[in-house]
Ligand binder design. Structure first.
Ligand code: PHE
Length: 344
């Protein structure tokens, strides 16, 4: 028999066409089984002229290995479980998702995440009140996280705010207060700045604790600023946010970077102090930590505490969005569940 590549090439081309249209089982049957195409070709090795036999055999084996490898990949776990076809990673999500696995909501247009929706509303309220906006950092250093906030090295309160450190001695911020020193240095008095940003805690998660969440910090500095300015400002903001009048009170608290410090408490915007599930039947909701900026923090920020005073606060955006929307589990906010997100 005259040596020719023709038959080998023919099977190669046929296989390349079949690979897109038939299942790995059928490919196995057609090419690799006892009655398969390749068996015929293997038989033909012996029919070759003596001097061509080795060459022909080698080519047939290359093709055989190629087909075995492809079929193996297709039928192995690498193969997408739901499709005979390979995934095109550049295709839109719905292209790679079989009908029965598609979330019911997939045909809908996307929407803004509830955290973003509320953040935009909050920033608009503060802008109307004359605040500027500055974003916080997602990685910071010991100076901004601790030293500038009146936590000297070795201060026991550092433990409460300790999070995750990199080998270069950088830290994931536990709160947006890490921005206070930068704000004090950067802005001219009067300073009115709000700072939204992502924060991290070394935290076991549950329905009300997440390791990653958002805070919004406020920093206000001018001459003759007192706690009544602080209470008035925060109250005005929260009434605009909840779109209702609120009663307020404060509870003592402790932060190394404020003096005095307070926990800001509002009357429940939903039950008007009657008691409901949102306020846990107490009529009141603790909403944020705040206080007068500590003189050490002002000095460290280049501001003379004898001449100026100011206040700061920090509240959790996630918690506020939960309260406003009656969300019972903070983890839902970062879950990416479409059924959850579709409600907003
Ligand atoms: N950073 C504090 C917290 O995360 C809140 C706070 C901010 C308190 C500013 C006082 C002043 O709880």
């Amino acid at each position: 028999m005259k040596f020719s590549y023709k038959e080998i090439t023919k099977i190669y081309e046929e296989f390349n066409k079949d690979i897109d249209s038939i299942s790995s089982d059928d490919l196995k049957k057609k090419y690799l089984s006892k009655k398969g195409n390749l068996k015929d070709l293997l038989k033909k090795i012996g029919e070759q002229e003596k001097e061509d036999r080795a060459k022909f055999g080698k080519e047939v084996n290359i093709l055989k290995n190629f087909i075995e490898e492809k079929v193996e990949i297709l039928s192995s776990s690498l193969k997408p479980k739901f499709s005979k076809e390979q995934i095109d990673v550049t295709a839109p999500f719905e292209k790679n998702t079989p009908e029965d696995k598609k979330p019911k909501l997939l045909n809908k247009l996307g929407s803004t995440h509830p955290l973003t929706q509320e953040l935009e509303k909050i920033l608009e309220i503060f802008q109307k009140m004359g605040f500027q906006i500055e974003e916080s950092r997602q990685i910071d250093d010991d100076y901004n996280m601790f030293q500038s906030l009146n936590f000297p090295i070795g201060h026991p309160a550092r433990d409460n705010w300790d999070t995750f450190w990199t080998e270069e001695n950088l830290v994931l911020p536990a709160h947006t207060s890490t921005m206070q020193n930068r704000i004090l240095r950067k802005y001219e008095i009067p300073i009115r700045v709000v700072i939204p940003g992502r924060c991290f805690r070394n935290e076991a998660t549950d329905a009300s604790h997440e390791h990653t969440f958002y805070q919004i910090e406020g920093v206000y500095v001018d001459e003759n600023i007192s706690m009544s300015h602080m209470f008035g400002t925060i109250k005005a903001y929260l009434e605009a946010f909840f779109e209702t009048e609120l009663d307020i009170k404060s509870q003592p608290s402790y932060f190394p970077f404020t003096e005095p410090d307070a926990e800001f408490v509002i009357s429940c915007p939903f039950c008007k102090k009657e008691g409901c599930s949102i306020c846990k039947y107490t009529g009141w909701i603790e909403i944020m930590g705040c206080g007068m900026i500590h003189p050490h923090v002002l000095t460290e920020g280049g501001i003379d505490p004898k001449k100026y005073s100011g206040f700061a606060w920090g509240f959790g955006l996630d918690r506020l969005v939960m309260i406003k929307n009656g969300i019972d589990d903070i983890r839902k906010l970062h879950s990416g569940e479409l059924e959850f997100l579709d409600q907003f």
